[in-house]
Design a protein around this ligand. Structure first.
Ligand code: 5GP
Ligand code: MN
Length: 342
């Protein structure tokens, strides 16, 4: 039995909105990850069984290692199809916003979504959702939005409408947002849900291989370069930093998704509890923060770079140069010493 953590009143609202809508657009955050894709496709497959007309619009392309996901071929990339995406948004009866807590996380897609007047339903697990949706289902205690989508569909009384394709997508999001169930994954009910997904036919070992073991030689060489040449350790702060400039990325024919997971690697070093990865991307620096234990990665992301996220996994962007961004980080490390576990 899975506990009923979504308030009944919200379930009724979602039910009503779905039954009143035909054309439903689902949007997620920029740089869609396994959870953004898993939750949106999980919901998409469900809405298809209700004979609705759902469309997923992602602001920017999703990584190749997720392209096996059933239904991903129907996902529209806003950056590549602006006009068609805007037509879908203009014709929508209802919008689901998944896996982000603020419209600005949709990047360039944000204006087009916010210009619509149709009802919006936010389903998310990030802290502090901003006030932009008509229905807000925000459960930061959950480790993934995909898990939340599973719970939502069940509470709508439609467990029987989760098909294998949808189950695979939901499982993928649950797996990727917990690093293959290695963090944020101590809640018992996660495994009750997984058990249900396996009953529906999900081959979890196969999904693990498809997501984590299909890398290119270029990615592995880039990883080697990072660890050998670009990883800096700050033992007194139990911290590590990896940086990659655009020039370095091009040396390894960098493709979207190639550096996925790099930020986690230094956490496998004894005595490192906080890891930061900075990558140059379109004149900006994309920062990823990971921690273990009680060290607040999201606090550092917010304080220094106006970013955000979860306690152990956060992100931000910097418009300063790489060297200034690194200097800002290094100068601030001392301020977070008290948060380190002894
Ligand atoms: P990642 O390092 O995988 O890109 O992001 C980890 C988490 O940090 C995401 O799940 C998201 O919650 C948050 N995050 C990533 N980038 C940003 C950002 O630019 N701004 C904010 N507020 N949060 C971010
Ligand atoms: Mn997520």
């Amino acid at each position: 039995m899975i506990s009923k953590i979504i308030p009944e009143e919200l379930i009724h609202k979602v039910q009503k909105h779905i039954s009143n809508a035909e054309r439903i657009v689902i949007v997620v955050h920029v740089g869609p990850d396994g959870d953004a894709m898993g939750s949106s496709l999980g919901l998409w497959h469900y809405l298809m069984t209700l004979n609705k007309e759902p469309v997923i619009i992602v602001p920017t392309a999703y990584p190749d290692f997720l392209s096996w996901m059933p239904g991903s071929e129907c996902v529209m990339v806003y950056e590549e199809n602006k006009e068609t995406s805007e037509e879908f948004l203009a014709g929508a009866d209802l919008i689901f916003a998944l896996d982000f807590n603020d419209p600005k996380r949709m990047g360039n897609l944000s204006d087009a979504v916010m210009a619509t007047t149709v009802p919006k339903i936010l389903v998310d697990h990030h802290l502090h959702p901003s006030d932009f949706a008509d229905v807000v289902i925000s459960l930061p205690e959950l480790s993934s939005t995909s898990e939340l989508i599973f719970r939502l569909i069940c509470r709508l009384g439609d467990f029987s409408k989760i098909n294998l394709a949808g189950a695979e997508c939901i499982y993928t999001g649950m797996m990727t947002d917990t690093g293959g169930f290695t963090y944020n994954s101590n809640k018992q009910e996660i495994y009750t849900i997984i058990s249900e997904l396996i009953k529906l036919g999900v081959d979890k070992d196969d999904i693990y291989r498809k997501v984590f073991n299909t890398y290119s030689a270029d990615r592995l060489r880039l990883m080697g370069f990072c660890l050998y040449k670009k990883m800096k350790i700050y033992p007194e702060y139990k911290a590590a930093l990896i940086t990659l400039t655009a020039k370095e990325l091009s040396m390894f024919n960098f493709k979207n998704g190639d550096s996925e997971g790099f930020v986690n690697i230094p956490l496998s070093i004894e005595g490192v509890d906080f890891s930061v990865f900075m990558r140059e991307d379109n004149e900006r620096i994309k920062l990823s923060f990971r921690s273990q234990g009680t060290f607040p990665a999201n606090k550092v992301a917010t304080d220094l770079f106006n970013g955000g996220g979860h306690l152990n996994a956060a992100g931000a962007e910097s418009s300063a140069s790489m060297s200034d961004t690194v200097a800002k980080f290094e100068d601030a490390l001392e301020n977070y010493k008290d948060f380190l576990e002894k």
